[in-house]
Design a protein around this ligand. Structure first.
Ligand code: ADE
Ligand code: ZN
Length: 326
């Protein structure tokens, strides 16, 4: 089965570039940028990656990305992810990035998007992997900060395919960003939003993402399995779900926990499987995540093929390009 998964042509839609920043690269970038990190070595840094929920994960993730300062840092980060993805037979990837965090440190938007865009072009030439970029709003920062990031990015919108919404959901419902999403859609960008599993007002957040933000996809979204009405709405809209089993594979429920991938498959929802933040999740990239998900959700080879077909159907590409992949 591991060989079948490794050889299968794949696509990935839910991967945070800053979440692919491996400990080795963090040390290398810190050295290049004259920063000192509070860890003796790579192993000690990795041992500090201990979290038990979304906020405790995010604290580690945001602290880690402080070494990203120059255009070439973003180039190296994106190039390393794309090289790794290509080595796993991922043919196409749409990658998130969190520019507000970099703007806060004084890094210009041009350096962030410029470095990633250069890496995408080189990776396509070197490894054949195609990719696009999704700007995420950091929902626990202010609405003004998110709008400033969007305005800074729109002059470079030819390098973006869409916008997303990530970070801490508590007190930060999708509706807070309705104006941002409307502006992004008006600029021709696609839209998606995280609805992490088991968050505060989780079903309400899914509803707001669909109705107020008019999303094309939902990132995670496993709690939808608790609402037949929302399942019906998602099917009417033909929404895709980018599930990351390492982080959001199970929904808490009063009886048994619900297995998200199995539940979505059984409900006929368009489920895809993704790696999220592999550098912080045991360095498990898509192949390893799929191997684990296959065992956890008892997936057959036919179901794995269906999941990867869903993935290529979820891609924000022209029908011409899609035909080429399918
Ligand atoms: N930022 C990076 N990874 C995230 C996740 N899984 N959920 C919310 N925000 C994130
Ligand atoms: Zn995510």
């Amino acid at each position: 089965m591991a060989r079948f998964i490794a050889e299968m042509p794949k696509a990935e839609f839910h991967v945070h570039l800053e979440g692919t920043l491996e400990a080795e690269m963090k040390f290398a970038l810190a050295r290049r940028n004259g920063l000192t990190l509070p860890y003796a070595d790579v192993a000690a840094m990795r041992r500090s990656y201990v979290y038990h929920d979304l906020p405790s994960f995010l604290a580690i993730y945001y602290d880690g990305m402080k070494v990203l300062l120059q255009e070439e840092d973003f180039y190296d980060l994106a190039h390393a992810y794309l090289a790794k993805a290509a080595s796993q037979n991922i043919l196409y990837a749409e990658m998130f990035f969190d520019p507000q965090e970099h703007l806060k440190r004084g890094v210009p938007m041009e350096a962030v998007i410029g470095g990633i865009t250069r890496a995408r072009a080189d990776a396509e030439k070197q490894f054949g992997i195609q990719s696009q970029l999704i700007l995420c709003f950091v929902r626990d920062l202010s609405a003004e900060s998110a709008m400033a990031a969007l305005d800074a990015a729109l002059p470079m919108k030819q390098h973006l395919v869409g916008v997303g919404l990530d970070s801490d959901e508590k007190g930060n419902p999708p509706a807070k960003f309705a104006a941002h999403f409307a502006k992004a859609r008006a600029a021709g960008l696609k839209v998606t939003a995280h609805c992490d599993v088991n968050q505060e007002n989780t079903l309400d957040h899914i509803r707001q993402a669909i109705v107020d933000l008019k999303v094309d996809r939902i990132d995670h979204g496993g709690n939808i399995l608790q609402s037949p009405e929302l399942i019906a709405l998602a099917k009417r809209r033909d929404l895709f779900f980018t599930v990351c089993p390492t982080f959001s594979g199970r929904v808490k429920s009063e009886g048994q926990p619900i297995d998200v991938v199995r539940g979505m498959l059984d409900q006929g929802l368009n489920v895809t499987i993704n790696s999220d933040d592999p550098a912080y999740m045991g360095s498990e990239y898509l192949n390893e995540v799929l191997v684990r998900a296959q065992a956890q959700s008892a997936l057959t080879q036919q179901e794995l093929v269906r999941i990867e077909r869903n993935a290529f159907n979820a891609a924000w590409i022209s029908e011409e390009r899609r035909k080429h992949f399918l």
